[in-house]
Design a protein around this ligand. Structure first.
Ligand SMILES: *[C@@H]1O[C@H](CO)[C@@H](O)[C@H](O)[C@H]1NC(C)=O
Ligand SMILES: *[C@@H]1O[C@H](CO)[C@@H](O)[C@H](O)[C@H]1NC(C)=O
Ligand SMILES: *[C@@H]1O[C@H](CO)[C@@H](O)[C@H](O)[C@H]1NC(C)=O
Length: 301
């Protein structure tokens, strides 16, 4: 089931069209400003204030019950009780703040952030048209779409009134699965399929407890803040240690600027680039390594 269809035009003008698809007609996601000049613990308050929290509590309780293996709960509680140690600033403070604003336990916010980190089963495409214009599109497939559609939003992260990056996300999630840095690069993340969800979650928590590694979606948010060129984004997302395997799909603003980074935990296993001179004018990434045939049960290429 397709939750989000998202196309970006990364050249000069910023154009984002986000709709939430469902059996009934698509509705645009609400759009807000995330003011990065506000202290991390308080910066999500304004966005959260637009939601009916009673309804959110019911919906999130359902996600927690259906999606999260029970054995994980005490481990995440432990992690949450010492969050500064495992999640770097400003993200740990943002998680503390957004949990407070939403009136839910910090452990639940941490769990949801971990869940989104590794369950992005989806398709991303980056392509170059005959004018050298780069296009980047993605969809996102989750199992609990009827709930996620009610949590979907777009925000413009601003410093001193200027947008640093724009992301499409879910309420309570501080990482970036889908984002644009205007005039610099676009980014989407696809899960790299490696067995059962609960096994992946446990490995992820282990990696986090050992330290040194970034959450997959926090590294992409770092890139949104720090990378000022397409190549520096590719470098950062290829070389920084992360907690789980993943695919980073990146589009730029110049001809040739498009890449799929196949990530192992420690480093990139492969960087696959656009090469229109040799007829490679588009790259399609689902949830399998591009140099291998996809399983016949899930061939979305
Ligand atoms: C908020 O959601 C609850 C539960 O779904 C509902 O009963 C209540 O009427 C809603 N409040 C508003 C202001 O819409
Ligand atoms: C999502 O929100 C709509 C509109 O408020 C509501 O009708 C629907 O029941 C909600 N979905 C879930 C799963 O709560
Ligand atoms: C913030 O913006 C204002 C008005 O545009 C400008 O005068 C000021 O120098 C900016 N401050 C910083 C820290 O960039």
């Amino acid at each position: 089931m397709s939750l989000i269809m998202f196309w970006t035009r990364a050249f000069c003008v910023l154009l984002v069209i986000i709709t939430v698809c469902h059996s009934d007609s698509p509705v645009p996601a609400p759009r807000y400003i995330l003011n990065l000049d506000v202290a991390p613990e308080k910066r999500w308050n304004d966005i959260v204030s637009h939601w009916n929290l009673t309804k959110i509590h019911e919906e999130l309780a359902y996600v927690m019950k259906e999606e999260i293996p029970e054995m994980l709960v005490p481990v995440v509680e432990l992690l949450a009780s010492d969050i500064d140690k495992y999640i770097p600033e400003p993200y740990s403070s943002e998680m503390v703040g957004v949990a407070k604003a939403m009136g839910i336990k910090l452990g639940d916010i941490v769990t949801l952030n971990l869940l989104y980190d590794i369950t992005a089963s989806c398709t991303s495409i980056v392509a170059e048209d005959s004018n050298g214009q780069i296009w980047h599109g993605r969809n996102l497939d989750y199992t609990f779409t009827s709930i996620l559609r009610n949590l979907t939003l777009t925000y413009d992260a601003q410093i001193n009134g200027t947008t640093v990056f724009t992301a499409s996300t879910f309420l309570g999630f501080v990482g970036v699965l889908t984002g644009i840095k205007p005039k610099v690069f676009t980014l989407s993340i696809d899960e790299r399929d490696q067995g059962e969800l609960w096994e992946n979650l446990i490995e992820l928590v282990n990696a986090l407890l050992m330290g040194e590694a970034s959450l997959v979606t926090l590294l992409s948010r770092d890139a949104m803040m720090k990378a000022n060129t397409f190549e520096s984004a590719v470098k950062l997302m290829s070389e920084t240690q992360i907690v789980a395997p993943a695919y980073y799909i990146i589009g730029g603003v110049q001809p040739g600027e498009g890449a799929v980074i196949t990530r192992d935990r420690l480093t990139a296993k492969d960087v696959w680039r656009l090469d229109s001179k040799n007829k490679r004018w588009f790259l399609v990434e689902t949830n399998y390594d591009h140099w291998l045939p996809p399983p016949s049960s899930d061939d979305r290429r």
